[in-house]
Design a protein around this ligand. Structure first.
Ligand SMILES: [Zn+2]
Length: 463
């Protein structure tokens, strides 16, 4: 029989299920990878007990947009947004991007995923479009290695940029591939890593970086191959590129995507703050999702997504940290609170806000739906035992116990969570990543960053 774990005597279990059920003083019985039972005084046979006294338990958070490779390109005053234009910023940041090698990919991915795990994330998607001369085609393989080491579920977005600079792309030459190179690598990666079965630990998503920086056939071929292979699709959309697309193609980006079939329940879009109400309605009607990344929206001074309207129009919204070029940290708990603040700030203009609990659901159940998974995103019998606990017995959470479903967005949980579990396995507890020697890896990561990036780009790192 598979190992049974009992999480006993929790203060509250916020399930994020369809009925928004919250259990108080209950237990969770886990068998192998799945939740067997949730209820009071479960006395079935078990092999291990985890004390849930004073704990709030939530479904593991699902991150739906990130660029792990950027994690070693952060904390840089020299490329801060506020005092430069976007083209100047891009030019500076790409000079560092093109130096990225396979070791940078491995250690920066490990760093980002560790940060995610320590803040309650159990499934991460990454939009990896940094294929340089130094990395070759290794990045997704190195990321799979890092995810396995930490024990997080990983959905890799195989990105690409195919349009050369002289044809209007913003990408440096070193980061441009051909459509054929991209497709053959997608084919290789899907064969190696795409597991569509329940409780899957790794999947592949076809994710050309953005329509503006690709030939049209990169997208049309993606649509063809992704639907043939049964993988999902993702891209950046509605983040300021519409005037360029209109000039180039005589239509807005969403219309361009609609015309080639890059839309539907197997597609989700990062940011999408530049869309009209009619365009948002079309996303709702077609089941196309949005990954809302609150931190880059604030850093860039971009419009705030109308989450209440999106909910009314049936748009599935999930949450992303985004890469460190536009978010120096990787905590979805931060993103949840910031999203709530942004909605409050914006609510008078857009007829109110969604609730703090709605935001938590977007970051859990919404994320699962975005990735096409019905085995994660809520705490229910039969689903994966993917969850995190926070200690509500501490002074900073004293006086909050009446609404465990709202506390993350309302009050903020800024430190590490107490415990993160993926598929019944504790991967983080009491400040310790259980599967790795964290200090050794952190030191190796800093050395790689120094050798590959900081050395050749001193003027950016030591300005
Ligand atoms: Zn992005």
């Amino acid at each position: 029989m598979e190992k049974r774990i009992l999480i006993r005597n929790t203060r509250a279990i916020v399930t994020c299920d369809a009925k928004d059920h919250i259990y108080y003083g209950a237990d969770i019985l886990i068998e192998g990878q799945r939740i067997l039972k949730i209820g009071s005084n479960l006395s079935d046979h078990f092999d291990e007990v985890i004390d849930g006294t004073d704990m709030f338990v939530y479904p593991g958070l699902v991150n739906t947009h990130h660029h792990f490779f950027q994690t070693f390109i952060r904390n840089l005053t020299s490329v801060d947004y506020p005092n430069m234009t976007v083209p100047v910023w891009l030019d500076k940041i790409y000079r560092i991007f093109r130096l990225v090698d396979s070791d940078v990919i491995f250690y920066s991915s490990l760093t980002a995923m560790a940060d995610l795990v320590k803040h309650g994330c159990t499934t991460a998607f990454d939009h990896q479009y940094c294929f340089t001369r130094a990395t070759g085609k290794t990045p997704v393989d190195r990321q799979m290695e890092a995810a396995k080491l930490l024990g997080i579920r990983y959905h890799a977005g195989r990105g690409t940029n195919t349009l050369p600079r002289e044809k209007g792309s913003t990408m440096p030459e070193e980061m441009v591939e051909t459509t054929d190179e991209f497709l053959s690598d997608c084919d290789r990666l899907i064969g190696l890593y795409h597991d569509p079965a329940p409780f899957s630990m790794s999947q592949i998503v076809m994710a050309p970086c953005q329509p503006m920086n690709c030939f049209t056939d990169t997208f049309t071929e993606t649509v063809k191959m992704a639907r043939e292979k049964g993988v999902r699709m993702h891209t950046h959309l509605g983040e300021g590129e519409n005037p360029i697309m209109e000039e180039r193609w005589g239509k807005r980006t969403l219309a361009w995507c609609e015309d080639i079939g890059f839309i539907g329940p197997d597609v989700w879009l990062a940011h999408a703050w530049e869309l009209t109400d009619d365009e948002y309605r079309r996303l709702g009607e077609t089941g196309t999702g949005i990954s809302h990344c609150p931190t880059p929206a604030v850093l860039g001074g971009f419009p705030i997504l109308p989450l209440k309207k999106l909910k009314e129009w049936g748009v599935n919204v999930s949450f992303g940290c985004d890469g460190s070029a536009t978010n120096d940290g990787s905590s979805l708990l931060d993103a949840i609170r910031l999203a709530w603040m942004m909605q409050c700030w914006y609510s008078k203009e857009r007829g109110g806000s969604v609730s703090p609990y709605d935001i938590l659901k977007m970051a859990t159940a919404g994320g699962a739906k975005t990735l096409g998974r019905d085995d994660i995103g809520s705490l229910e019998e039969g689903k994966a035992a993917d969850l995190f606990m926070i200690d509500a017995g501490t002074l900073e959470l004293s006086g909050t116990h009446h609404e465990p479903q709202s506390v993350i967005a309302h009050c903020g949980v800024t430190g590490y969570v107490k415990m993160t579990m993926v598929g019944g396995k504790v991967i983080f507890k009491d400040g310790v990543l259980t599967g790795v020697d964290e200090r050794r890896l952190a030191k190796e990561g800093e050395e790689v960053c120094e050798r590959v990036l900081k050395g050749p780009c001193k003027e950016y790192f030591y300005s």
